[in-house]
Design a protein around this ligand. Structure first.
Ligand code: NPQ
Ligand code: MG
Length: 368
């Protein structure tokens, strides 16, 4: 397979509910989609980078530039492209995992569509549906939080994840636990604490949380190990796990008992699968994280979450959780479950009319 043309498309999708985390408040989702046209057909990739650095170093304009100037040219020289050759063609460029994952996803989609194989079958998925959790942003008050969570309980989610930060942690968690009884509850700090908060974080042990996700900064693996020794609540790493290599290191250090896997954060779906594999070999449960993707990104995430080691509910939600309209047919949840797409490639097609309506910019590349 050869890359012939590419299109970088930016979309501006309003969020139905504001999403506040320790990284900031988002009212819209600025999206970058990459459409590749290859010798064997077309494919779509979605870049999960946010408009500004914060979650990680990458940001959307930077990722778009890296994709256009460095990544697409590096794969365009190959005339025997396969999904597995994408990452090796890009390995000489350090970092930029979200940009790399976008290119891999688009070429994998093209390659699999041409062969009539789904992402899930290609990756080794064994599940027909995925358990959905909901990620709940920081609210303006405990009352607002309880009202928002009540809505999600009624919608049937299988698990509730509260975003926490210093000043919004023990009390909101206590309030949700008291109000909603034995729901499956976990928290995510997006690196907002330090080891000096260990005593405070230990108070969360009172609430039977399934996990505490990424309490400390990305590079602080030894501090996560030290914190883990002081808590009963299992620690899950998100931002800190950037490759299968770093997953093995974190596990060996005792820095995490659970791993959140996001293909964008680790450079692609094949590296994501390797993390799944090494975690399974060490008895570490994994689950599929999310970045408020459109239906295209969520389709790929559903395929990944279908692998056998993904034993905890995913940050995968029906389209309506975030968007009034999605760029694919709306993904729906029934009984807290979403079906894994089974059609060729991503198994979902963009809706051209909706796509056009939300598009803010298109760059077409015909030579690299
Ligand atoms: C996480 N995601 O697990 C992230 C990070 C995150 C679903 O909780 C705008 C769009 C703001 C996506 C902030 C979830 C965001 C974002 C944080 C994703 O850490
Ligand atoms: Mg997280």
């Amino acid at each position: 397979m050869r890359l012939e043309r590419a299109e970088l498309r930016r979309l501006d999708l309003p969020l139905r509910t504001p999403f506040r985390t320790s990284l900031g408040l988002e009212l819209r989702r600025d999206i970058l989609l990459v459409r590749v046209v290859t010798s064997e057909g077309e494919g779509w990739g979605e870049c999960v980078a946010l408009p500004e650095p914060g979650y990680s170093e990458e940001y959307l304009d930077g990722a778009a530039e890296v994709i256009r100037r460095f990544l697409l040219p590096a794969v365009a020289v190959l005339d025997d492209l396969t999904p597995a050759r994408v990452a090796s063609a890009l390995a000489c460029i350090p970092g930029n995992p979200m940009a790399k994952a976008t290119v891999e996803m688009a070429l994998m989609d093209a390659w699999l569509r041409a062969r009539g194989v789904s992402f899930a079958d290609y990756l080794g998925g064994v599940r027909g549906e995925v358990e959905c959790g909901v990620s709940v942003g920081i609210a303006d008050s405990i009352g607002d939080l309880l009202a928002e969570v009540a809505g999600y309980v009624d919608e049937g989610y299988r698990r509730f994840k509260l975003k926490v930060e210093p000043g919004w942690d023990v009390e909101p968690v206590r309030a949700v636990r008291e109000r909603f009884g034995d729901v499956v509850l976990q928290v995510d700090a997006n690196a907002a604490y330090t080891l000096g908060h260990a005593r405070l974080l230990a108070e969360l042990d009172n609430f039977d949380l399934v996990m505490l996700e990424q309490p400390l900064p990305t590079a602080d693996l030894r501090d996560h190990a030290a914190l883990a020794r002081r808590l009963r609540t299992p620690i899950c790493l998100d931002e800190s796990i950037t490759s299968a290599r770093s997953a093995v290191d974190a596990i060996a250090l005792g820095a995490c008992a659970i791993v959140n896997i996001k293909a964008g954060r680790v450079g692609g779906y094949l590296e994501a699968r390797r993390i799944h594999d090494v975690c399974a070999a060490h008895g570490i449960p994994v689950w599929c994280g999310g970045m408020l993707e459109t239906g295209l990104g969520q389709a790929a995430n559903l395929a990944l979450a279908a692998l056998p080691g993904f034993t905890l509910p995913a940050d995968i939600a029906p389209s309506r959780r975030y968007f009034s309209e999605d760029v694919t047919p709306m993904i729906t949840m029934g009984d807290g479950l979403i079906a894994v797409p089974r059609g060729p490639g991503l198994g979902l097609d963009p809706e051209p009319e909706i796509m056009e309506r939300f598009t803010t910019d298109v760059a077409t590349l015909t030579e690299f």
